[in-house]
Design a protein around this ligand. Structure first.
Ligand code: SF4
Ligand code: MG
Length: 288
């Protein structure tokens, strides 16, 4: 059985020291090992942004796509090869600005995969501009007098779009984050996990300390029930979206694949798609 070490490769991340993305990398590696995957059974599909580099830092199949198009790519991978566990990942700009249309339609389509948004409430790779997740009044190079736009409440939007699995975490809480990614991987449908991942270089407002002061754990909310969509929406509104934990989980609605007659029982059409550990290791060694 694979351990967390098997999901590490020799590529050194070039994220800034202290970037929240390091913890997300560690959490994906731990979750993959904990759910019993082998590296050749996992595919990481990423968008553009600092976050998008994560597909190169984990020993698994990886595909670094173009900005905002991570979800069509990831859905294509999953539909082509049902045996792969597919994790898509990208930033808040990638998923909630240019890629927002894909996010909404992926949610309602409910293909079995996990989407992790590395949410730093800013564009980091392009050196600090306002994103749809930036708070009103946020000053950046693109909004020197402060943003006059309201921030998108992504979790409320996901619930409204009919999401079957919605969670949120903080990159400082590796234990919770790992557990949520495991639950997302085990969910039969589209799992959206938004992770507050501080950009220590360009976002001087939403820092680690800021999140520690402002986040509420759902486990501390009295009578919270993650199967109750109304309660989930009400709690998000009461806390201005600043909660962590499993927000909503619907285990009854079938996934997209489950609705395709014969999908699971029909053999893969192409032998090349068979998951093969030796083939993966041969390919991986060519890139190391
Ligand atoms: Fe992380 Fe920000 Fe540095 Fe990008 S610019 S690597 S998001 S700290
Ligand atoms: Mg961002």
């Amino acid at each position: 059985m694979a351990t967390v070490k098997d999901f590490r490769n020799k590529v050194k991340p070039n994220w800034c020291p202290g970037c929240g993305d390091f913890s997300i990398q560690a959490a994906i590696q731990r979750a993959a090992a904990n759910v019993g995957l082998e590296p050749h059974e996992l595919a990481l599909i990423t968008g553009i942004g600092c976050s998008g580099r994560i597909s190169g830092y984990i020993n698994a199949y990886g595909f670094h796509g173009v900005h905002g198009r991570v979800l069509p790519l990831a859905q294509g991978v999953k539909m082509a090869n049902r045996d792969l566990t597919v994790v898509a990942s990208g930033g808040d700009g990638d998923g909630f600005a240019i890629g927002m249309g894909h996010t909404i339609h992926s949610i309602r389509r409910n293909i079995d995969m996990t989407y992790i948004v590395m949410d730093n409430q800013i564009y980091g790779l392009t050196k600090g501009q306002t994103s749809p997740r930036s708070d009103a009044g946020f000053k950046t190079k693109s909004t020197p007098d402060g943003s006059i736009e309201a921030s998108l409440n992504a979790m409320e939007t996901a619930l409204t779009a009919g999401a079957t699995f919605v969670a949120q975490s903080f990159s400082s809480d590796l234990k919770e984050l790992t557990s949520l990614i495991e639950q997302g991987m085990n969910h039969n449908g589209f799992s959206l996990i938004n992770v507050f991942s501080p950009c220590v270089t360009f976002n001087k407002v939403n820092t680690y300390d800021w999140f520690k002061e402002n986040l509420t754990k759902l486990s501390d909310v009295e009578d919270y029930d993650h199967t109750d969509r109304n309660k989930a929406m009400q709690t998000l509104m009461e806390h201005n979206g600043l909660v962590t934990g499993l927000i909503y989980h619907d285990e009854e609605t079938p996934s997209y694949q489950d609705k395709i007659p014969g999908y699971k029982s029909t053999p893969l059409s192409d032998d090349n798609l068979e998951l093969d550990r030796e083939k993966f290791e041969r390919l991986a060694s060519e890139f190391m």
